[in-house]
Design a protein around this ligand. Structure first.
Ligand code: GLY
Length: 348
C-alpha cells in the first residue's frame, strides 16, 4: 500500500548545515548538478560531506540507457551504508530531482530522500509531489515511481544565482499556479511587476502550499484532482520538445491556447479571459506566429501521442478553465486538439 506523507519544507537563506540533513550515525550521498560547483557557497557546502556524485543535468541524465552505469557508480560510494541510515540528497533542477528521486526509491527498495531544488521550476513544482522519472527511448517519464521526500530545502542564496531566462521560465509555472489558485494568489501578482527573485521569494510559500493542497487530494494521480496541475501542458510539451523552449515558457504558450479554447467553448467568461490574457501577454507574448509555421499537424500529433497521459481511445484529460481558480478537466480526442491547434495557427 503506497502512502503519502507531506514533507517538511524549509525556506532559508543558506544551504542546510549537515546537522539539518543527517543526525549522528546517519550517512548521506549528495547527488548534485556539477554546474553548481561554480557557486562558491555550494562548493564550500559540499566539502562538509563524505559521499557525493556530480552529474550533468538535462534529459540525457534521465535516459534509462545510462541509469545502470550511474547506479553502479553511486552504489560503489555507499556500499558500507545501512539502508535505514542512508539519505539521498538531490541538489539541482528537475532532471536531477527525477534521477536522484528514482535512485532513492529503488536503491535497496527505498531509502530516505531530501530535495534541495536549485531552479525556480524545481523549487515550486518538481521538488514537491513525489514524482520522479526516467525516459525510455519512446517517451519521457515512462519509468518512475511516486516517492515523497522527507524534507525540501528552498535556499534563497542559491536561487539568487539564477539567470533571468530561468526566472522567467519559472514564472510561467507561477502564473499557472495563480490561475489554478484563483484570487488569493492571483491578486498578489501585479501585471507590471518586474519578475525577479526578490519579487518572487515572499510568494513561494503560497505557491508551494497550493501544490500540496492539490497533491494531498490525489497523491498518486488516480483521479482528475491532481491532473489540473497539467494546465497549459498539452501544447506546452509539444512546443518544448519541438523547439527546445524552456519548460515554463512553453507552459505559458500552452496557457494562451487553453484560454482561447476555454472561452470559445463558453466555459470561460470574457471578463476572466481578458484579465488572465492581459497578464500572460505582458510577460509572455503569444508566439504562435513565430512557431506555428514550423510545426505540422502530423508532427504535433506524433508529439501528443507520446504523451504519457494519453489513453487507449486516444483521448487526453485536457485541462480547460471555467474561471480564475476554476480548472475543468474533460476527456478530449487528440484529433480535436490538433484541429483546434490548426484553427488557431499553432500548427500548419
Ligand atoms: N508537475 C505536475 C505534478 O506534480 O503532478
Amino acid at each position: 500500500m503506497r502512502t503519502y506523507l507531506k514533507p517538511e519544507i524549509f525556506y532559508q537563506d543558506n544551504l542546510p548545515p549537515k546537522e539539518q540533513v543527517i543526525t549522528p550515525g546517519q550517512e548521506c550521498i549528495i547527488v548534485y548538478d556539477i554546474m553548481l560547483t561554480e557557486i562558491p557557497e555550494f562548493k564550500n557546502w559540499l566539502t562538509m560531506f563524505e559521499h557525493y556524485y556530480g552529474v550533468t543535468g538535462g534529459e540525457a541524465l534521465k535516459s534509462i540507457k545510462y541509469f545502470p552505469e550511474h547506479f553502479d557508480k553511486i552504489c560503489r560510494k555507499i556500499l558500507h551504508a545501512s539502508r535505514t541510515g542512508l539519505k539521498v540528497i538531490a541538489v539541482g533542477g528537475g532532471s536531477i530531482g527525477d534521477f536522484a528521486g528514482f535512485f532513492a526509491s529503488s536503491y535497496k527498495r527505498g531509502v530516505s530522500l531530501i530535495n534541495i531544488p536549485t531552479t525556480l521550476l524545481a523549487a515550486i513544482d518538481s521538488a514537491h509531489g513525489g514524482k520522479n522519472g526516467l525516459n525510455s527511448s519512446f517517451s519521457k517519464n515512462q519509468i518512475g515511481t511516486f516517492y515523497f521526500p522527507e524534507k525540501v530545502f528552498i535556499c534563497r542564496k542559491i536561487l539568487n544565482y539564477l539567470p533571468e531566462d530561468q526566472i522567467l521560465s519559472g514564472f510561467g509555472e507561477v502564473l499557472k499556479t495563480a490561475i489554478l489558485a484563483g484570487d488569493s494568489l492571483w491578486d498578489k501578482l501585479q501585471i507590471d511587476d518586474e519578475i525577479t527573485m526578490n519579487y518572487l521569494w515572499p510568494l513561494l510559500p503560497e505557491i508551494v502550499d497550493h501544490k500540496y493542497k492539490v497533491v494531498e487530494k490525489d497523491p498518486f494521480e488516480v483521479t482528475n484532482k491532481r491532473r489540473i496541475l497539467n494546465l497549459g501542458h498539452s501544447l506546452g510539451h509539444v512546443l518544448e520538445k519541438q523547439f527546445n523552449l524552456l519548460h515554463g515558457e512553453a507552459v505559458a504558450q500552452g496557457l494562451h491556447f487553453t484560454l482561447d479554447w476555454s472561452v470559445e467553448k463558453k466555459h470561460l467568461s470574457r471578463e476572466d479571459y481578458k484579465k488572465m490574457k492581459l497578464c500572460l501577454e505582458t510577460h509572455f507574448p503569444c508566439i504562435k506566429e513565430e512557431l506555428g509555421p514550423h510545426i505540422t499537424k502530423a508532427r504535433a500529433l506524433e508529439l501528443l501521442m507520446t504523451d504519457k497521459k494519453m489513453d487507449l481511445d486516444q483521448e487526453l484529460n485536457f485541462v480547460y478553465l471555467k474561471g480564475l481558480g476554476l480548472p475543468h478537466v474533460e476527456k478530449t480526442k487528440v484529433y480535436n486538439i490538433i484541429a483546434k491547434l490548426f484553427q488557431h495557427s499553432w500548427v500548419t
